[in-house]
Design a protein around this ligand. Sequence first.
Ligand code: ZN
Length: 312
Amino acid sequence: MQRDILFLESVCTHNIWGGSRLREEFGYPVEGNDLGECWGISAHPNGECVVAGGEFAGMHLSEVWSRHPELFGKLDYDRFPLLIKIIDARDNLSIQVHPDDAYAMEHENGSFGKTECWYVLDCPEDASIIIGHNAGTKEELADMIANGKWNDFIRELPVKKGDFMQIDPGTVHAIKGGLLILETQQNSDITYRVYDYDRLSGGKPRELHIEKSIDVITVPAKSAEDSIKSVTDLPKNELCKLYDCDYYKVFKLNLEGEVCFEQKYPFLNMSVIEGSGSINGVTVKKGDHFILPYGYGEVQAEGIMELMASTV
Ligand code: ZN
């Protein structure tokens, strides 16, 4: 008998830079016009998903992970390794950087570092994103940050719908207002804020992490050309791999009709980002997030829809 698909109830967060698209376009039933993030596939204590139906209905993903390792290929991780978010930035996010595993282990009580990647779901015509910086040496970096030379320091690049970006630890980055993004990341919440546009939150500036940022920022940054790639030209009805690193594999499926493929991974996260259809006869639509468990076997997908998928 085929295992059940693990459908998840996502968790939305309120953020000073958030908007209303997560409710209006994705249908998440959450009030407020400050919805910044939908944690669609998450076993992180800061926003945990609950299984929506079937045998494990009502259980947290972390509980399914620890009590039923067979559903995830009995992986050698102490927690569910990935976190999938949709981010709606009405306003600019702070400029930040993440540590790698070694730095986080030493300075953040044994936490994981954070590697993440972005797929641009939507953005305005002349949108841009902050990725990388212009300092040539650590000394220059420290000077630019300490003396607030933000215009010199920050590297802003044009970005389009359908672009993909890998954000390795040590990469200065920020989502700018107007962007709607799907983020695939390590299951970690360690962020060092470098600059917050001198904004106030609750009457006070949010905390910055200058020392740690200077410690972990990679100098020089990866080239602009290597930082963003367009993935709008993918073949239809095929699970296409967009990226593969030590922490995840990310795929996109553009479906127009049907496709049949084998779920051959320890688990496969899937998020419907456009349209609707079905997976082995079960109806799915934009905004749905689910996991195809280990040993699921043959996946028969039908419809007109776009999905992002990931595994380790
Ligand atoms: Zn980040």
